[in-house]
Design a protein around this ligand. Structure first.
Ligand code: ACM
Ligand code: ZN
Length: 766
């Protein structure tokens, strides 16, 4: 953490608001994302019907936005005048601004209308939240005098939205864009085509509207629930070109660029369902009704390229963005391998294999778009078989491709699954609505550093910025999209806009708690996990204690150990709780009147490996590090449903070896653990476990256990009892579990031809 600079730059003063119903109290500077510097002056500016605003041509978007925001928020119609003025300063950075509010006037200085627009968004956040809902009903508002100087850290500040798995109204898309503007984000990545639906009108190809836009039914529940069940209801729709024009104009008026994504060559089954000749087999397929990766992808014959060029011609008319997203991700090569067209193309073009054919595909589309003055952006698989010459990479599978692309002097947008996938769970509470998996709580998003450590300062210049992704397989409606997007989008805005050394999670949380009122006024169904408990088993002088924490200030933590629900009179937590036996802890956050958040429950199993030494030969994946190796012997089981929580560890493709050193000869009877089968997410339990014990005389004893394949169960149990088969002397100094990866995933399954993931839970030794 970098508190020193943070406090050096910002004078954290209190803002005094009066004369209105929702802020007649002392509050701190609450702007999200936090500006570079905020200086508070002991004065207020009074805004009322006599206030005049200048509307210079150079700042017409921002000035008019402010005028109409105040009118719709409060009914106060600003006159023409010089109380609120806009000043051009060409020396400033394009998106930067200065906002000076004094007793006498408000002065907004910027080089561009966009910079001034961001000043207006800061000013908006200094006005009462009731402005957002048009319910401010006083005749005047007092605005705290401040001087804010501000400029963004990154030039690309984006949010993505998948409207193909589920579709949302034009009004909702506008609401989403509004939120981006409020948070000074400047890019809306609109994911328009998928296996499960094609969502944009293309006039030349009417079957995209008639066929590709609709699926016959939709998977119910989670992909990992077996057997798959469907709802039997036709689902779909598309945005007309008029809808698109309306949305693009709306975004443009908020300095949000809309980047359309037309997926190729994969995730194209809906288009192939409409026009089977676009696929390799020519056979009729259906618009997909479940999630995942599908083998029917665009064939590399000329007919496909003609189709895609026609589609892009219409797209280019609708979207003025510099970038067009061409997808590129998750394209299995199965069909290409047996297709005479594709094999002929490989020969004709002198390509090595299907990976180079993917590169040929992307490069050919890039040439087409470049010739029309646009640039391509694609998911990191566009590095496959070589990178198209001018492509920008959206790095999602990790940071390796970002590093590779930046080293090749290509621009990169960071959106790794470890921090930027807002379709992952944000809480490990069992009551969370169904999500795809994973675990990305707010703090993890907030702590994201978009610049990979491996890059030099020069290479880091190619990191254009960051993006949060909203994939909507498990978000059937707008309320659920909002629940998953907020407040993580707010954390992402600060990652994108604010200086790294200004970031302070506790301070962010206190601003977010205040921001809740604004989100409510905006009728946004945000998730509130601010009153949750964090807890972990810690060791002090070799003895276990349980430490509890909650992130918001001024609250009380209360707990029980007898299994009862904590209530307002339950014991107050003041210091680490000593754990002398296996215990069930139930804990919650309270204010002076009532419980605020959900109840946190931990069953602490004080087994024989707790607190011992553990080593693992491989690092878990960044997205599934849990609480590190120690989390496997911390006395706490992982969730039965949230495999990305802090207790499970996930490894991608590795054979792993876990060694527990007891430090002394220990009598043990049983070792058990659990593995997750999440086959939709490429996660498989191992088939075999090898055990190696160092026993009391120093000799090594080995054994192994075969695990039945149980892919229909989401958890595979592993238990090793010492009575059989070798009748070991059960005094053990050290045990190693050798856990080979499941291996290559079979054809026809999600992730086929890739190595599986291994997910392991607590290793319990009794
Ligand atoms: C992706 O998540 N398939 C880009
Ligand atoms: Zn083909």
């Amino acid at each position: 953490m970098h508190f020193k600079t943070f406090f050096g730059l910002i004078i954290l003063s209190v803002f005094l608001f009066s004369c209105n119903q929702d802020q007649n109290q002392l509050v701190e500077s609450q702007i999200i994302p936090i500006p570079i510097s905020t200086e508070v002056i002991n004065a207020v500016f009074v805004l009322n019907k006599d206030t005049g605003i200048s509307l210079p041509d150079d700042f017409s978007i921002s000035a008019n936005f402010l005028k109409s925001f105040i009118a719709s928020g409060s009914g106060i119609e600003l006159k023409s005048g010089n109380d609120i003025i806009f000043v051009k300063d060409k020396t400033m950075k394009p998106e930067g601004y200065r906002l000076r509010i004094s007793k006498d006037n408000i002065e907004i200085t910027a080089a561009t209308d966009q910079g001034a627009f961001y000043a207006v968004q800061s000013l908006r956040q200094l006005l009462p939240a009731s402005f957002e809902s048009g319910t401010f009903n006083d005749k005047k508002v007092e605005i705290q005098s401040v001087i804010i100087n501000d400029v963004p850290e990154f030039r690309y500040r984006g949010m993505h939205l998948d409207v193909a798995r589920h579709m949302f109204s034009v009004d909702f898309i506008k609401k989403y864009i509004d939120a981006l503007a409020l948070l000074k984000m400047n890019t809306f990545h609109w994911h328009l085509t998928e296996d499960q639906g094609w969502r944009i009108e293309i006039k030349k190809y009417p079957k995209l509207q008639e066929i590709a836009a609709y699926r016959n039914e939709t998977l119910i529940g989670h992909y990992s629930d077996q057997p798959h069940q469907f709802d039997g209801k036709r689902y779909g729709g598309f945005y007309t070109q008029d809808d698109v024009k309306e949305i693009v104009a709306y975004a443009t008026a908020r300095f949000v660029t809309v980047i359309p994504e037309i997926e190729m060559p994969g995730h194209s089954q809906a288009a192939i369902a409409a026009y089977p000749q676009l696929g390799c087999t020519g056979e009729q397929v259906e618009v997909a009704t479940k999630w995942g990766v599908f083998e029917d992808i665009y064939c590399t014959k000329d007919e496909t390229f003609n189709f895609l060029e026609d589609v892009l011609d219409e797209i280019l008319e609708l979207f003025p963005s510099e970038y067009i997203h061409i997808g590129g991700d998750e394209a299995p090569k199965t069909r290409w391998k047996t297709c005479s067209h594709c094999q002929q193309k490989i020969k004709d073009e002198g390509l090595k294999d299907e990976h180079e054919l993917q590169n040929y595909f992307i490069t050919r589309m890039e040439k087409y778009l470049n010739s029309r003055g646009r640039q391509i952006i694609g998911w990191d698989e566009i590095l496959e078989g070589g990178l198209a010459p001018n492509a920008t990479v959206m790095s999602w599978r990790g940071t390796e491709s970002a590093i590779e692309a930046a080293k090749q002097k290509h621009d990169v947008v960071m959106t790794p699954t470890s921090h930027c996938y807002f379709d992952y769970y944000q809480s490990d509470n069992d009551k969370e609505p169904l999500a795809i998996g994973g675990f990305i709580p707010l703090e993890k998003v907030y702590d994201f550093n978009p610049i990979p450590e491996e890059l030099t300062a020069e290479e880091a210049e190619y990191i254009m910025g960051v993006q949060g992704n909203i994939w909507t397989e498990y978000m059937p409606n707008e309320a659920q999209v909002e629940y998953m997007a907020f407040p993580r989008m707010l954390a992402m805005s600060e990652v994108a806009w604010s200086q790294p050394d200004q970031k302070d999670y506790k301070n962010f949380v206190s601003r977010l708690e205040h921001f809740h009122k604004r989100l409510e006024a905006l009728d946004i169904n945000y998730a509130n996990h601010l009153y949750e408990i964090e807890g972990e088993l810690v060791s002090k002088n070799g003895k276990p204690y349980f430490e509890l924490n909650t992130i918001t200030e001024g609250k009380t933590i209360r707990y029980t150990t007898d299994g009862s629900e904590p209530i307002i009179s339950s014991e107050v937590y003041t210091t680490k709780i000593p754990i002398v036996k296996s215990t069930v802890l139930k804990v919650a956050v309270f204010n002076s009147e009532k419980r605020l958040g959900k109840i946190f429950i931990r069953e602490i199993n004080l087994h024989k490996a707790v607190g011992k030494n553990i080593t693992i030969n491989k690092e878990p994946s960044k997205a599934y590090m849990g609480s590190g190796p120690e989390g496997l012997i911390n006395g706490i089981n992982g969730s039965n449903t949230r495999f990305g929580d802090k207790e499970w560890l996930g490894f991608s493709g590795d054979d792993i070896e876990v060694t527990i050193d007891f430090g002394e000869v220990t009598e043990i009877n049983r070792i058990s653990t659990r593995f997750h089968n999440g086959n939709g997410q490429w996660i498989y339990a191992p088939k075999q476990i090898y055990l190696e014990f160092i026993i009391d005389d120093g000799s090594i004893v080995t054994d192994s256990i075969h695990l039945e394949s149980q892919t229909e169960h989401i958890i595979t149990e592993f238990n090793y009892d010492f009575v059989t088969p070798k009748n070991l002397d059960v005094k053990v100094k050290q045990v190693t579990l050798k856990i080979p990866n499941y291996g290559i995933i079979e054809e026809g399954k999600q992730g086929a031809t890739n190595k599986a993931w291994t997910f392991i839970d607590e290793i319990i030794v009794n």
